[in-house]
Design a protein around this ligand. Sequence first.
Ligand code: SDX
Length: 385
Amino acid sequence: MAPHDLSSFDLTDKPHINLGLDGIVAFSTKKSFIDGQKGELIYAGYNIDTLAEHATFEEVCFLLWNDRLPTQAELESLQQALLAERTLPKAVIEFIQSCDKDAEPMGVLRSAVSMLSEHDGHDIADTQAATISMTAKMPAMIAAFDRVRRGLEIISPLSNGSTAENFLYMLNGEAPGEAAIKTMDLCLILHAEHGMNASTFVARSIASTMSDIYSAVTGAIGSLKGPLHGGANTAVMNMLLEMQAKGEGLDPVEEVKGKLARKEKIMGFGHRVYKTLDPRAVHLQKMSKQLSEETGHMKLYEWSVAMLETMKSEKNIDANVDFFSATVYYSIGIQPDLYTCIFAMSRVSGWTAHFMEQSDNNRLIRPRALYIADKNLDWTPIEQR
Ligand code: SDX
């Protein structure tokens, strides 16, 4: 039997393999609920639409870490704790300055978070302190790398202000407008948590061995980096810019049909769980439309809508969180290769929440695999091979 040829395998008396763990329920969690048919997303009891309307990213962080919303005093205490942890250790700054200007931002972020465990000044086992530190420092790491690669001075964080405000300030070197802060804060809320996605699964798997939370976030960043996961938002923007380079007369419908005919995956579309429009995309589409109008990028928005409609009519596939987030970030002047880093600096709240939840009721994560190769072969001396 050819190895790895499952088609000839009689699975009736063998365990069925759920490729990609599709449909497997491996945990219970209080962190989020997704109804893929209805297009519903709930964070620890609160619908994403409610949080989008009323919450701040810091309130969502507290909610995910504590399974309840904060009091005013608790929120202020969290805000102060984040502000106190925003400044990067010297060693991390030196690392970022040493990176190649063409380095992948997600690779720089992954390494910077990893080295933080040795330079954070916290006990590596202090999960709470590490959680605050990584949530506070990841925006600073991303902004610092972008400044350095542009040949600009690294901007120190403000002595006040939210995560969203500080990120935009450290990135651009000027006080961001209220609209930009609100846009970024809402994007951080929308990307914070999403159940057992690939990167959160990685974080829980690392938690299950009783390893440290820096390792869990480092591994999760590596997982999110992939284009089938968080890397899709950058890929969406690159796809739209490639289309734009072909000229304004391009037909986005034909572009989509051509890709489908070539069996290409179109980034920003499809989802393992959602079988209708991702509820986060609803908010991001609204933001994309408004920002595209305000910043003169309506052609990119119009193409996006045409692609949305074509994917629905041709394949009954909807947009996911990564599709419209691309033009939202583009409209507020952020470099496309930073988009997945923004996803990561939000999702660190979900990853750390799941790390804590796994640790509170742990069992080593260790699934099985169906062995499909030969067994007990006779040894063949090398001269006879
Ligand atoms: C995120 O899990 C999460 O919650 C993730 C996330 C989060 O918040 O953490 O929501 C964030 O990662 C969103 C997804 C971002 N990735 C992309 O946009 C990449 C493009 N999407 C696809 O690669 C795909 O839709 C996945 C990976 C997202 C989901 O893939 P599945 O569940 O494994 O489905 P599949 O690849 O088996 O596709 C099923 C069918 C196939 O057609 P057939 O071969 O059966 O004819 O749908 C087709 C696929 O070809 N299809 C697509 C498509 N997505 C699915 N065809 C074209 N373009 C696509 N994007």
